[in-house]
Design a protein around this ligand. Structure first.
Ligand code: ZN
Ligand code: ZN
Length: 343
């Protein structure tokens, strides 16, 4: 079978590899679509914290079940169109023992700490496979990033009427805005690129936007939009020191800050601001089965913006071009999916 590899930063190839073998308790999948995550792009650019070369990327997927155990405990059947939970956890560490499987101390996400799913076929334990409940397989491939955002917004405990700022209008930021709106908040998106803000606005995921063209102008807009109060919750969806600082600055006294973005750089800042504002600062890592179930149900009810968030689709054979184009994005690309039946 064929598989997509990131061989080194900037280098993508398609290789012939052996078919995976299914064991009892596992499911053999034929891949349909795979979404390129910001982390896959970071691996391509050489900027992502958790990646060793060469490796098969990809953890956002939809697939058809080719083989599974009969009468398995999860109701999985041959021919079912599914998506998967890609965060492998050890089951033994203190996090896992407390049900925090998303923050397993030995977490291994597909396509990051272990080979991913950008291939023709893939084998995965049955408990990681979720019925797509009839959803369009192209949209189903973008369920996982929505779960990341949904989980982050849940960490911020967003309630109806809250004023929420999402810093970053890439895929995760746009989906976080959609999630916060779904929870009844008044939502603003901030980004350095006006084009991204225009897209977020056009998708209807936010009530307003903030062009983040400098810390002073940023804060002027924050204060104007919140009558001088600051935001009840500020959610970081970029992974840079400056955008984390933006969230600390934009949150109201007693507000919540959630960090979804992943980065490599250090921040030197006035930490007493956290004490002075009595901020609640949370990390948000991966997502949980309940997030997947909630997002799949919302997708089934037509309550997600995933049809608008997927802006580009490439056949698998053009994977190198897909990564290159996404890396050179001039502002009009959000989620890019690969048609994995098109090798
Ligand atoms: Zn991802
Ligand atoms: Zn663990």
């Amino acid at each position: 079978m064929k598989a997509i590899y990131i061989d080194a930063p900037g280098k993508v190839s398609i290789r012939e590899v052996p078919m995976p073998e299914r064991k009892k308790g596992e499911v053999l999948l034929k891949l349909l679509y795979g979404g390129i995550c910001g982390s896959d792009l970071g691996s391509y650019r050489g900027t992502f914290a958790y990646f060793d070369y060469p490796r098969i990327p990809g953890h956002e997927l939809s697939a058809e079940i080719l083989e599974c155990d009969e009468n398995n405990a999860y109701g999985l059947k041959k021919g079912m169109i599914v998506t998967c939970n890609p965060y492998f956890n050890c089951g033994r560490c203190y996090s896992c023992r407390r049900g925090l499987v998303n923050a397993c101390t030995d977490n291994q996400t597909l396509g990051c700490q272990r080979d991913g799913a950008f291939s023709e076929y893939f084998v995965i334990p049955e408990e990681r496979v979720y019925d797509g409940k009839g959803a369009d397989p192209r949209l189903l491939a973008a369920v996982e990033p929505y779960c990341i955002s949904w989980h982050g917004v849940s960490r911020a405990d967003v309630k109806p009427g809250d004023r929420v700022l999402i810093v970053g209008a890439g895929t995760i930021g746009v989906l976080a805005a959609a999630a916060a709106k779904k929870k009844g908040a008044r939502v603003y998106s901030a980004d350095i690129m006006q084009g991204k803000l225009d897209m977020a606005k056009a998708m209807g995921v936010c009530d307003g936007t903030i062009l983040n063209d400098g810390p002073e102008h940023f804060m002027e807009q924050v204060m104007e939009l919140t009558d001088g109060d600051g935001f009840d919750a500020a959610i970081e969806a970029v992974g840079l020191p400056s955008t984390f600082q933006n969230c600390i600055d934009a949150a109201c006294f007693g507000g919540r800050v959630v960090l979804i973005g992943v980065g490599k750089k250090n921040l030197d800042f006035n930490f007493t601001l956290i004490q002075k504002k009595e901020l609640n600062i949370f990390g948000s890592r991966n997502s949980l089965e309940r997030d997947f179930r909630a997002v799949i149900d919302m997708l089934g009810r037509g309550e997600t913006p995933l049809d608008r968030v997927i802006t580009h689709t490439y056949p698998a054979r053009d994977a190198a071009k897909a990564f290159e184009d996404l890396s050179n994005d001039r502002g009009n690309m959000l989620k890019v999916v690969l048609d994995l039946s098109g090798f």
